[in-house]
Each structure stands twice: as C-alpha cells, then as structure tokens.
Design a protein around this ligand. Structure first.
Ligand SMILES: Nc1ncnc2c1ncn2[C@@H]1O[C@H](COP(=O)(O)OP(=O)(O)OP(=O)(O)O)[C@@H](O)[C@H]1O
Ligand code: SF4
Ligand SMILES: [Mg+2]
Length: 326
C-alpha cells in the first residue's frame, strides 16, 4: 500500500484537436481524465481504438498541449516548468511505442540508436557510452553484438527489447508503453511482459501500460483504468477489476477475453461501434451501446463514485455510472 504522494498525478486533463475537412470543428480526445501512478507501480490503461489512450499519453509528455487540467510529476506541474526542469522531467518519463520498426531509424545502427539519448539528455558518460549501451542491452536480455546491427536485421521481439533498452538509458522513473507488446506474437509478448515485471521489481520503474488486450493488462497491472470516448469510466485495483468489474462497458470488454473465474452476474455483449468523438452522446457517453441504459443516462453525465470501502487511494474502486449512484 502506498502512503507516499504519487509519482504522476493527472488531474481533469482535456485534449482537443482541431479537425479540418467536412464540417471541421473541435474533437475532444481526452475529456476530464484524472488518475495517479505511484512509484514502482504499473497502471494499465485499456479501451477500444479511438478512446483517447495515445492522446492521453502524449499530453502527459506535453507532446500534445492539454487545453485544460494538470500533469504533476513529483507534485510539480509540467505546464509551469522552466525549460531545464521540463528537460529533466522528460528524461525521467520515457515513451515506448507499438512498432519499434517505425520508432527505430532504419539507417542507424543499434549502437547509434542507443547512444543518441545519452547525447540528448547530456548524460556525462564520456568514454563510457559503449559500456552503458551494453549494460542496457544486457538488462533487456540482448547480447552486445546487437550494437553493430540495424533494425531490419533483428526480430520484432529483439527490436522491442532495443526500444526498451533505449528507454532505460536515461534511467527513468516512469515508462509509458503505448501498445508496446500489441504487435508481437504471444510467446514474444510473454517474454517482454516478464521483462517489464523484472524492470519494475529490480529497478523500481513505474509503468503506464497502454493496451487493447485485457489479458495482457491482467498479467501486468496493479491498477487499471478503462477509457471510453475520451472519458475514464472505471478505475480499480487489477484484482478487483477482473473479478468485480462495475461498469457495463468494462464488463462487456471482459466478456471478450477468457478470464479465470469471472464473477459476471449479468453477461454483457458489446454491440456496434463507438459514436464519433466529434459528436459524443449527451449524458453518459456509453448510453448508445449500454444494455442497461436508463432514461437519466441520456441526459445526465454520471459522476465519479467510489464503490468500495474508503481507504488508501490506491485501493479505491471508482466507477462513472448511474447504476452505482449512492
Ligand atoms: N492529431 C490528431 N488530429 C485529429 N484527431 C486526432 C488526432 N490524433 C487522434 N485523434 C482522434 O482522437 C481520438 C483519440 O485518438 P487516440 O489515438 O488518442 O486513441 P487511442 O485510444 O490511442 O486509439 P488506438 O487504440 O487506435 O491507438 C480519435 O477520435 C482520433 O481519431
Ligand atoms: S450510466 Fe447508464 S448508460 Fe452509462 S453505463 Fe451506466 S447504466 Fe449504462
Ligand atoms: Mg493509440
């Protein structure tokens, strides 16, 4: 249990994009999302395609400017940081993407790829860069001879390990992994999951682990957040979410994966596609697909409700659904 303040606090974050073409307008990709990640913990983030997971990740890194809300790292607001502090914080938060072939430059050897962040973050390791790169490779289970290779000469699993090694070099406290295992086959996926658990255990690195796949999240996460159409609709400790999911959308997602001993009283089958983020439904954003929709759901937005005993924040189970109104 955590009594320390969170490593990362996201508060009421809103991200909008200006959409060109058609009737144009503002698309709300992230709509008032809040959550915390504690040092050394793994927060799993799930939701269908287009629910706003990547936009959330990018706005945490300030790669996309949020138009409202706060991102606090060690209690400090990233938006108010001076350039030098922001640079230091960016070193402390690293991003790993889904497709390492796209994020690793094809014309650069792995040695060049791994040494680049050391230059960028001005890490003073003159003469020791090669040794550091070898150590990072060793941490992710690769031999030093990989340094001389180019991305296309490696397997997809080896490339994802290189991407993780690159993220580890600046010794971050938080890694945001955006669909980092989604393109890998199941056995490679299992080894990368093991590696992430080792990195958390041995180096105390926290993860924001984004995935479509609830089965992957179940193997990794301490806490899980579920997004739908830019909203966080449920946050719970992983063990609770997989046994006692409260939101009809989460329950529907769980129906789609084999979960041991699911305690689903009323199985829910998710039908149709989510509505456009340009014209989200009024009231509860899920009401157009919810099998338990009630009249009030069409007009009233559900509020944050904690449904377990009040206690430490990291054990709290929150749901945004009128079925759980106190
Ligand atoms: N640069 C952009 N300009 C306009 N709209 C965007 C932009 N990036 C994302 N969007 C829109 O914002 C919404 C959220 O997209 P986002 O990529 O964050 O979702 P996601 O949950 O990461 O999806 P996926 O699982 O497919 O990666 C979608 O409606 C998407 O079309
Ligand atoms: S608020 Fe209503 S529509 Fe939304 S998930 Fe709950 S029951 Fe379904
Ligand atoms: Mg995405």
């Amino acid at each position: 249990m955590h009594t320390n303040p969170p490593l990362l606090s996201v508060r009421d974050l809103v991200v909008k994009y200006r959409v060109k073409g058609g009737r144009g307008g503002l698309l709300t990709a992230v709509n008032g999302v809040s959550f915390d990640i504690h040092a050394g913990s793994i927060f799993g983030l799930v939701g269908e395609s287009g629910s706003g997971k990547t936009s959330l990740a990018h706005s945490i890194m300030q790669l996309v400017q949020p138009c409202a809300g706060e991102v606090l790292f060690h209690g400090e607001n990233l938006a108010h940081m001076k350039q030098a502090s922001l640079q230091k914080t960016r070193r402390n938060i690293q991003l790993v993407f889904q497709d390492p072939l796209a994020s690793l430059s094809p014309r650069r050897s792995i040695a060049q790829t791994l040494i680049e962040p050391l230059d960028h973050f001005r890490i003073d390791v003159a003469g020791k860069r090669h040794a550091r790169a070898c150590r990072a490779l060793e941490t992710v289970g690769l031999e030093p001879d990989v340094l001389q290779r180019f991305p296309h000469e490696l397997s997809s699993g080896q490339r994802q390990r290189v991407a993780l090694a690159r993220a580890l070099l600046p010794e971050p406290e938080l890694i945001i992994a955006d669909e980092a295992v989604s393109s890998l086959d199941v056995s490679v996926q299992a080894r990368i999951i093991e590696l992430i658990l080792d990195l958390r255990q041995n180096l105390g690195i926290a993860f924001l682990f984004i995935a479509h796949d609830l089965a992957v999240i179940q193997q990794l996460a301490d806490r899980v957040g579920v997004m739908y159409l830019g909203k966080m609709i449920e946050i719970a400790p992983a063990h609770r979410l997989f046994r006692q999911a409260a939101h009809p959308y989460t329950r529907a997602l769980l129906e789609a994966v084999p979960v041991p001993d699911p305690a689903h009283a009323n199985p829910v089958v998710l039908q149709g596609e989510p509505p456009s983020a340009l014209t989200p439904p009024a009231g509860c954003v899920f009401h157009t697909r919810c099998p338990q929709v009630m009249e009030q759901c069409r007009v009233l937005e559900p509020l944050d409700t904690q449904i377990n005993e009040p206690g430490l924040k990291n054990t709290a189970h929150h749901v945004w659904c009128h079925l759980w109104k106190e």
